[in-house]
Design a protein around this ligand. Structure first.
Ligand code: HPA
Length: 244
């Protein structure tokens, strides 16, 4: 049984170079996950793949069933989860096409089912979330990048916004003042739910545009798609060579 899961974000709904050996639709107390779970081999890496937004990219960030996704992965014995995300870049080193293994996050999302401790009387554990991303899993990603000669940023704070709209220029300035380097819409509650479920979780972000107002250009889907296409190949290559 594979212990590593990759949750693919925008631009990573299908994995190239992924040999599928099994697929299964898993039911959970929270409903159906975004898609069937796919077991297989990505390059040299045994893993389970789950496209966060669904096979047809039908779930926008605020409609992803994060609890079902994490529950399903936990129920099949997954211990390590890598959440791949396409993000906006906020600080100087985070320009388009940069890949970052984030080390911190700030949560700006709202109205999402964000915990497994939902019902009164069922008890609650207040997880320690000081370090939202697992140090060992992060290091595996960084070591692998070094080994294959891929340049990655090894620290960065991910600001999780509600979406689906992009930010205003003023919101981007606030995100920067708050200390964020990256902005995306799916990093939470995924990371916290994985921690509640007792799994190791790391974020692997690909920058696909500058944050709103940081350049004179309008942010277009064409720009985002162009950066996704090139950048995700590097992300997939990194994941396919992941060191154990
Ligand atoms: N903001 C929020 N989420 C994003 C962005 C952005 O600029 N780019 C890709 N996902």
């Amino acid at each position: 049984m594979s212990q590593l899961a990759i949750i693919g974000g925008t631009g990573l709904t299908k994995l190239s170079n992924f040999t599928v050996s099994r697929k299964e639709a898993i039911d959970t107390p929270y409903g159906a996950p975004s898609a069937e779970l796919l077991w297989g081999k990505l390059g040299n890496t045994d893993c389970v793949f789950l496209p966060r937004h669904g096979e047809q990219h039908q779930f926008p960030p605020h409609k992803v069933n994060y609890r079902a996704n994490i529950w399903a992965l936990k129920s099949i014995g997954i211990q390590d989860v890598i959440g791949v995300a396409a993000v906006g870049g906020l600080t100087e080193k985070m320009g388009p096409k940069v890949i970052c293994v984030a080390d911190q996050l700030i949560d700006y999302t709202y109205g999402r089912e964000h915990t497994f401790y939902q019902e009164p009387g069922e008890g609650v554990e207040h997880i320690d979330f000081t370090h939202p991303y697992d140090a060992n899993l992060r290091q595996r990603l960084i070591d692998t990048a070094n080994t294959i000669g891929l340049s990655v940023e090894t620290t960065g704070c991910y600001g999780a916004t509600q979406g689906p709209r992009l930010e205003t220029a003023a919101e981007v300035q606030r995100l920067i003042r708050d200390g964020n380097d990256l902005v995306g819409m799916t990093g939470m509650p995924e990371a916290a739910l994985a921690k509640e479920a007792g799994m190791r979780y790391a974020n692997l972000s690909l920058v696909v545009n500058w944050g709103a107002g940081l350049t004179d250009e309008e942010i277009t889907m064409d720009e985002i798609h162009a950066n996704l296409e090139g950048g995700m190949q590097h992300v997939v290559n990194l994941l396919g060579n992941l060191q154990t």
